[in-house]
Design a protein around this ligand. Sequence first.
Ligand SMILES: Nc1ncnc2c1ncn2[C@@H]1O[C@H](COP(=O)(O)OP(=O)(O)O)[C@@H](O)[C@H]1O
Ligand code: SF4
Ligand SMILES: [Mg+2]
Length: 324
Amino acid sequence: MLLELRNLSVNFPGGPHPVTAVKGIDLAIARGEVLGLVGESGSGKSVTSLAIMGLLPPQARVSGEILLETNGSREDLLGLSREEIRRLRGSRMAMIFQEPMTALNPVMRVGEQIAEAVRAHRRLSRQQSSSLAVDALRQVAIDHPEQRASDYPHQLSGGMRQRVMIAMAIVNRPTLLIADEPTTALDVTIQAQILELLGKLRTQFGLTMLFISHDLAVVAGIADRVAVMYAGNLVELGPRNEIFRMPAHPYTRGLLKAVPTLSTERNRPLPTIEGSVPGVEAPPPGCPFEPRCDWRIPECARDLPPLAEVSPGHWARCPVATAR
Ligand SMILES: Nc1ncnc2c1ncn2[C@@H]1O[C@H](COP(=O)(O)OP(=O)(O)O)[C@@H](O)[C@H]1O
Ligand code: SF4
Ligand SMILES: [Mg+2]
Protein backbone atom coordinates (compact mmCIF):
# COMPACT_ATOMS: atom_id res chain seq x y z
CA MET A 1 0.00 0.00 0.00
CA LEU A 2 1.39 3.38 -0.95
CA LEU A 3 -0.76 5.23 1.56
CA GLU A 4 -2.51 3.89 4.61
CA LEU A 5 -4.68 5.80 7.05
CA ARG A 6 -5.06 4.01 10.36
CA ASN A 7 -7.70 5.15 12.81
CA LEU A 8 -7.30 8.72 11.59
CA SER A 9 -9.24 11.29 13.60
CA VAL A 10 -9.23 15.06 13.33
CA ASN A 11 -10.70 17.25 16.01
CA PHE A 12 -11.00 21.03 16.17
CA PRO A 13 -11.16 22.07 19.81
CA GLY A 14 -12.21 25.55 20.78
CA GLY A 15 -14.91 27.53 19.03
CA PRO A 16 -18.42 27.40 20.51
CA HIS A 17 -18.18 23.58 20.50
CA PRO A 18 -15.37 21.21 19.56
CA VAL A 19 -15.83 19.57 16.15
CA THR A 20 -14.68 16.05 15.28
CA ALA A 21 -14.48 16.27 11.49
CA VAL A 22 -12.90 12.84 10.90
CA LYS A 23 -13.72 9.89 13.16
CA GLY A 24 -11.27 7.03 13.14
CA ILE A 25 -10.93 6.33 9.43
CA ASP A 26 -9.07 3.27 8.11
CA LEU A 27 -8.26 3.48 4.43
CA ALA A 28 -5.48 2.23 2.16
CA ILE A 29 -4.53 3.08 -1.41
CA ALA A 30 -2.35 0.75 -3.46
CA ARG A 31 0.41 2.08 -5.70
CA GLY A 32 -1.07 3.15 -9.04
CA GLU A 33 -4.63 2.98 -7.76
CA VAL A 34 -7.24 5.74 -7.94
CA LEU A 35 -9.43 5.83 -4.84
CA GLY A 36 -12.54 7.98 -5.11
CA LEU A 37 -13.72 9.62 -1.88
CA VAL A 38 -17.32 10.83 -1.93
CA GLY A 39 -19.83 12.30 0.47
CA GLU A 40 -21.95 15.40 0.89
CA SER A 41 -20.43 18.74 1.76
CA GLY A 42 -19.19 18.75 5.37
CA SER A 43 -18.57 15.00 5.60
CA GLY A 44 -14.83 15.41 6.28
CA LYS A 45 -13.31 14.79 2.84
CA SER A 46 -11.17 17.92 2.67
CA VAL A 47 -10.06 17.66 6.29
CA THR A 48 -8.88 14.09 5.56
CA SER A 49 -6.85 15.26 2.56
CA LEU A 50 -5.38 18.25 4.40
CA ALA A 51 -4.33 15.92 7.23
CA ILE A 52 -2.41 13.77 4.72
CA MET A 53 -0.72 16.84 3.20
CA GLY A 54 0.12 18.29 6.62
CA LEU A 55 -1.87 21.41 5.78
CA LEU A 56 -4.39 21.53 8.63
CA PRO A 57 -4.44 24.70 10.73
CA PRO A 58 -2.26 24.47 13.87
CA GLN A 59 -5.25 24.17 16.23
CA ALA A 60 -6.34 20.87 14.63
CA ARG A 61 -5.76 17.77 16.79
CA VAL A 62 -4.85 14.79 14.63
CA SER A 63 -4.52 11.23 15.91
CA GLY A 64 -3.95 7.82 14.36
CA GLU A 65 -1.40 7.07 11.66
CA ILE A 66 -0.81 8.27 8.10
CA LEU A 67 1.67 5.83 6.59
CA LEU A 68 3.30 6.78 3.30
CA GLU A 69 5.72 4.55 1.46
CA THR A 70 8.81 6.49 0.45
CA ASN A 71 11.95 4.89 -0.96
CA GLY A 72 10.82 1.43 0.06
CA SER A 73 10.19 2.24 3.73
CA ARG A 74 7.01 3.46 5.39
CA GLU A 75 6.84 6.62 7.41
CA ASP A 76 4.11 7.94 9.65
CA LEU A 77 3.59 11.46 8.35
CA LEU A 78 2.17 12.49 11.71
CA GLY A 79 5.58 11.86 13.26
CA LEU A 80 7.46 14.14 10.85
CA SER A 81 8.63 17.68 11.56
CA ARG A 82 7.10 20.60 9.65
CA GLU A 83 10.24 20.83 7.55
CA GLU A 84 10.23 17.10 6.72
CA ILE A 85 6.60 17.18 5.62
CA ARG A 86 7.21 20.34 3.61
CA ARG A 87 9.92 18.49 1.72
CA LEU A 88 7.56 15.61 0.87
CA ARG A 89 4.81 18.01 -0.16
CA GLY A 90 5.27 18.96 -3.80
CA SER A 91 7.82 16.21 -4.39
CA ARG A 92 6.36 12.89 -3.18
CA MET A 93 2.78 14.07 -2.82
CA ALA A 94 0.93 16.96 -4.40
CA MET A 95 -2.57 18.34 -4.27
CA ILE A 96 -4.95 20.15 -6.59
CA PHE A 97 -8.02 22.05 -5.41
CA GLN A 98 -11.40 23.17 -6.65
CA GLU A 99 -10.35 26.77 -7.13
CA PRO A 100 -6.93 27.17 -8.77
CA MET A 101 -6.96 30.94 -8.17
CA THR A 102 -6.46 30.37 -4.43
CA ALA A 103 -3.31 28.33 -5.13
CA LEU A 104 -1.87 30.45 -7.93
CA ASN A 105 -0.08 33.73 -7.38
CA PRO A 106 -2.05 36.37 -9.34
CA VAL A 107 0.96 38.62 -9.96
CA MET A 108 3.38 35.99 -11.20
CA ARG A 109 3.61 34.44 -14.67
CA VAL A 110 2.39 30.84 -14.60
CA GLY A 111 5.59 29.40 -16.09
CA GLU A 112 7.65 31.12 -13.40
CA GLN A 113 5.35 29.72 -10.69
CA ILE A 114 5.84 26.19 -11.95
CA ALA A 115 9.60 26.76 -12.26
CA GLU A 116 9.65 27.98 -8.66
CA ALA A 117 7.91 24.78 -7.56
CA VAL A 118 10.71 22.87 -9.28
CA ARG A 119 13.46 24.89 -7.58
CA ALA A 120 11.82 24.43 -4.18
CA HIS A 121 12.76 20.75 -4.41
CA ARG A 122 15.67 20.49 -6.86
CA ARG A 123 18.87 22.41 -7.36
CA LEU A 124 18.41 23.51 -10.93
CA SER A 125 19.20 26.70 -12.80
CA ARG A 126 16.48 29.15 -13.82
CA GLN A 127 16.83 28.03 -17.39
CA GLN A 128 16.53 24.33 -16.53
CA SER A 129 13.52 24.87 -14.27
CA SER A 130 11.80 27.10 -16.84
CA SER A 131 12.23 24.46 -19.46
CA LEU A 132 10.75 21.83 -17.10
CA ALA A 133 7.81 24.20 -16.53
CA VAL A 134 7.16 24.42 -20.27
CA ASP A 135 7.38 20.62 -20.51
CA ALA A 136 4.82 20.32 -17.71
CA LEU A 137 2.46 22.73 -19.51
CA ARG A 138 2.83 20.57 -22.60
CA GLN A 139 2.07 17.43 -20.57
CA VAL A 140 -1.24 18.90 -19.42
CA ALA A 141 -2.09 19.53 -23.09
CA ILE A 142 -1.82 23.32 -23.11
CA ASP A 143 -1.28 24.57 -26.66
CA HIS A 144 1.73 26.78 -27.33
CA PRO A 145 3.21 26.12 -23.87
CA GLU A 146 6.17 28.48 -24.46
CA GLN A 147 3.83 31.43 -24.99
CA ARG A 148 1.33 30.42 -22.27
CA ALA A 149 4.17 30.19 -19.74
CA SER A 150 4.41 33.96 -19.75
CA ASP A 151 0.69 34.50 -19.10
CA TYR A 152 -0.63 35.61 -15.72
CA PRO A 153 -3.38 33.46 -14.15
CA HIS A 154 -6.14 36.00 -14.91
CA GLN A 155 -5.36 35.74 -18.62
CA LEU A 156 -6.37 32.08 -18.60
CA SER A 157 -9.81 30.44 -18.52
CA GLY A 158 -10.89 28.39 -15.49
CA GLY A 159 -10.12 25.14 -17.29
CA MET A 160 -6.66 26.38 -18.33
CA ARG A 161 -5.91 27.51 -14.78
CA GLN A 162 -6.82 24.05 -13.52
CA ARG A 163 -4.40 22.60 -16.11
CA VAL A 164 -1.68 24.94 -14.85
CA MET A 165 -2.31 23.78 -11.30
CA ILE A 166 -2.09 20.15 -12.43
CA ALA A 167 1.17 20.98 -14.25
CA MET A 168 2.54 22.46 -11.04
CA ALA A 169 1.42 19.38 -9.10
CA ILE A 170 3.06 16.86 -11.43
CA VAL A 171 6.23 18.74 -12.36
CA ASN A 172 8.26 17.06 -9.61
CA ARG A 173 6.79 13.64 -10.43
CA PRO A 174 4.96 12.91 -7.16
CA THR A 175 3.80 9.37 -6.50
CA LEU A 176 0.62 10.53 -4.75
CA LEU A 177 -1.76 13.12 -6.18
CA ILE A 178 -4.69 14.33 -4.10
CA ALA A 179 -7.40 15.97 -6.19
CA ASP A 180 -10.02 17.70 -4.02
CA GLU A 181 -13.10 18.53 -6.13
CA PRO A 182 -10.83 19.46 -9.05
CA THR A 183 -13.69 19.83 -11.53
CA THR A 184 -16.49 21.15 -9.32
CA ALA A 185 -16.08 24.80 -10.40
CA LEU A 186 -15.93 23.94 -14.11
CA ASP A 187 -18.71 23.54 -16.65
CA VAL A 188 -19.57 20.02 -17.80
CA THR A 189 -17.50 20.00 -21.04
CA ILE A 190 -14.34 21.31 -19.37
CA GLN A 191 -14.95 18.96 -16.43
CA ALA A 192 -14.87 15.99 -18.82
CA GLN A 193 -11.64 17.25 -20.40
CA ILE A 194 -9.91 17.62 -17.03
CA LEU A 195 -11.04 14.13 -15.99
CA GLU A 196 -9.71 12.72 -19.24
CA LEU A 197 -6.41 14.52 -18.68
CA LEU A 198 -6.07 13.17 -15.13
CA GLY A 199 -6.81 9.67 -16.44
CA LYS A 200 -4.03 10.03 -19.03
CA LEU A 201 -1.49 11.43 -16.58
CA ARG A 202 -2.29 8.64 -14.20
CA THR A 203 -1.22 6.04 -16.77
CA GLN A 204 1.67 8.08 -18.13
CA PHE A 205 3.28 8.71 -14.74
CA GLY A 206 1.92 5.77 -12.73
CA LEU A 207 0.21 8.19 -10.35
CA THR A 208 -1.57 7.00 -7.25
CA MET A 209 -4.58 9.22 -6.71
CA LEU A 210 -7.02 10.17 -4.00
CA PHE A 211 -9.85 11.72 -5.98
CA ILE A 212 -12.38 13.62 -3.90
CA SER A 213 -15.83 14.73 -5.04
CA HIS A 214 -19.31 15.25 -3.63
CA ASP A 215 -20.50 13.91 -7.00
CA LEU A 216 -20.56 10.12 -7.47
CA ALA A 217 -20.95 10.52 -11.23
CA VAL A 218 -17.59 12.32 -11.46
CA VAL A 219 -15.85 9.68 -9.34
CA ALA A 220 -17.34 6.91 -11.50
CA GLY A 221 -15.29 8.12 -14.46
CA ILE A 222 -11.90 7.75 -12.82
CA ALA A 223 -11.85 5.69 -9.61
CA ASP A 224 -10.92 2.00 -9.24
CA ARG A 225 -12.43 1.85 -5.78
CA VAL A 226 -14.83 4.16 -4.02
CA ALA A 227 -14.98 5.18 -0.36
CA VAL A 228 -18.08 6.90 0.97
CA MET A 229 -17.92 9.25 3.96
CA TYR A 230 -20.81 10.43 6.08
CA ALA A 231 -20.45 12.84 9.02
CA GLY A 232 -16.76 12.03 9.49
CA ASN A 233 -17.24 8.25 9.26
CA LEU A 234 -16.34 5.88 6.50
CA VAL A 235 -19.67 4.18 5.73
CA GLU A 236 -18.91 2.15 2.59
CA LEU A 237 -15.85 1.06 0.64
CA GLY A 238 -15.57 -1.17 -2.39
CA PRO A 239 -14.65 -1.70 -6.02
CA ARG A 240 -16.24 0.97 -8.21
CA ASN A 241 -18.52 -1.39 -10.12
CA GLU A 242 -19.84 -2.95 -6.92
CA ILE A 243 -20.56 0.44 -5.41
CA PHE A 244 -22.49 1.44 -8.51
CA ARG A 245 -24.28 -1.84 -9.21
CA MET A 246 -24.76 -3.17 -5.70
CA PRO A 247 -24.48 -0.34 -3.19
CA ALA A 248 -25.09 -1.67 0.31
CA HIS A 249 -25.37 1.33 2.64
CA PRO A 250 -28.67 3.26 2.49
CA TYR A 251 -26.69 6.50 2.26
CA THR A 252 -24.76 5.34 -0.81
CA ARG A 253 -28.05 4.21 -2.35
CA GLY A 254 -29.44 7.67 -1.76
CA LEU A 255 -26.38 9.31 -3.34
CA LEU A 256 -26.75 7.07 -6.38
CA LYS A 257 -30.38 8.02 -6.83
CA ALA A 258 -29.22 11.62 -7.04
CA VAL A 259 -26.83 10.81 -9.92
CA PRO A 260 -28.33 11.85 -13.26
CA THR A 261 -28.45 9.14 -15.91
CA LEU A 262 -28.86 9.58 -19.64
CA SER A 263 -32.55 8.89 -19.21
CA THR A 264 -32.99 11.51 -16.49
CA GLU A 265 -34.13 14.82 -17.84
CA ARG A 266 -31.17 17.09 -17.26
CA ASN A 267 -33.26 20.18 -16.67
CA ARG A 268 -35.34 18.60 -13.93
CA PRO A 269 -34.12 19.20 -10.37
CA LEU A 270 -32.22 16.21 -9.00
CA PRO A 271 -33.78 14.08 -6.29
CA THR A 272 -31.96 14.64 -3.03
CA ILE A 273 -31.76 12.68 0.18
CA GLU A 274 -34.17 14.07 2.71
CA GLY A 275 -32.81 15.68 5.83
CA SER A 276 -29.34 17.08 6.32
CA VAL A 277 -26.00 15.91 7.62
CA PRO A 278 -26.13 15.98 11.44
CA GLY A 279 -24.12 18.65 13.21
CA VAL A 280 -20.65 17.22 13.80
CA GLU A 281 -20.45 19.08 17.10
CA ALA A 282 -22.99 16.88 18.89
CA PRO A 283 -23.05 13.49 17.15
CA PRO A 284 -25.74 11.04 18.25
CA PRO A 285 -24.27 7.81 19.71
CA GLY A 286 -25.64 5.42 17.08
CA CYS A 287 -25.48 5.30 13.31
CA PRO A 288 -25.05 8.91 12.14
CA PHE A 289 -27.43 8.33 9.21
CA GLU A 290 -30.24 7.12 11.49
CA PRO A 291 -32.34 10.34 11.46
CA ARG A 292 -32.54 10.19 7.63
CA CYS A 293 -32.69 6.44 7.11
CA ASP A 294 -35.73 4.57 5.75
CA TRP A 295 -34.33 1.24 6.92
CA ARG A 296 -33.66 2.16 10.55
CA ILE A 297 -34.51 -0.21 13.36
CA PRO A 298 -34.41 0.67 17.09
CA GLU A 299 -30.85 -0.74 17.52
CA CYS A 300 -29.53 1.78 15.00
CA ALA A 301 -29.71 4.65 17.48
CA ARG A 302 -27.76 2.74 20.14
CA ASP A 303 -24.20 2.13 18.91
CA LEU A 304 -22.14 3.07 15.88
CA PRO A 305 -22.25 -0.05 13.68
CA PRO A 306 -18.88 -1.51 12.64
CA LEU A 307 -17.78 -1.83 9.01
CA ALA A 308 -18.69 -5.34 7.87
CA GLU A 309 -17.68 -7.14 4.69
CA VAL A 310 -20.57 -7.52 2.21
CA SER A 311 -18.50 -9.35 -0.40
CA PRO A 312 -14.73 -9.64 -0.88
CA GLY A 313 -13.27 -6.13 -0.61
CA HIS A 314 -16.68 -4.50 -0.26
CA TRP A 315 -17.47 -3.11 3.21
CA ALA A 316 -20.46 -1.28 4.66
CA ARG A 317 -21.24 0.22 8.05
CA CYS A 318 -24.85 -0.95 8.29
CA PRO A 319 -25.90 -4.26 9.84
CA VAL A 320 -29.36 -3.99 8.28
CA ALA A 321 -27.90 -3.73 4.78
CA THR A 322 -25.28 -6.44 5.27
CA ALA A 323 -27.95 -8.86 6.60
CA ARG A 324 -30.14 -8.47 3.51
N1 LIG B 1 -10.45 24.82 10.56
C1 LIG B 1 -11.58 24.29 10.99
N2 LIG B 1 -12.08 24.56 12.22
C2 LIG B 1 -13.24 24.03 12.66
N3 LIG B 1 -14.00 23.18 11.94
C3 LIG B 1 -13.56 22.86 10.71
C4 LIG B 1 -12.35 23.40 10.15
N4 LIG B 1 -12.18 22.88 8.90
C5 LIG B 1 -13.25 22.08 8.69
N5 LIG B 1 -14.07 22.06 9.76
C6 LIG B 1 -15.31 21.30 9.88
O1 LIG B 1 -15.06 19.93 9.58
C7 LIG B 1 -16.17 19.35 8.93
C8 LIG B 1 -15.71 18.67 7.65
O2 LIG B 1 -15.29 19.64 6.72
P1 LIG B 1 -14.68 19.28 5.31
O3 LIG B 1 -13.64 18.25 5.44
O4 LIG B 1 -14.26 20.57 4.68
O5 LIG B 1 -15.93 18.68 4.52
P2 LIG B 1 -16.05 18.26 2.98
O6 LIG B 1 -14.72 18.47 2.33
O7 LIG B 1 -16.45 16.81 3.01
O8 LIG B 1 -17.12 19.12 2.42
C9 LIG B 1 -17.16 20.48 8.69
O9 LIG B 1 -18.14 20.40 9.69
C10 LIG B 1 -16.34 21.71 8.83
O10 LIG B 1 -17.11 22.78 9.30
S1 SF4 C 1 -27.37 1.24 10.64
FE1 SF4 C 1 -29.58 1.55 10.69
S2 SF4 C 1 -29.86 3.77 10.51
FE2 SF4 C 1 -27.77 3.32 9.91
S3 SF4 C 1 -27.86 3.12 7.72
FE3 SF4 C 1 -28.12 1.06 8.54
S4 SF4 C 1 -30.33 0.79 8.76
FE4 SF4 C 1 -29.96 2.95 8.47
MG1 LIG D 1 -14.27 19.74 0.71
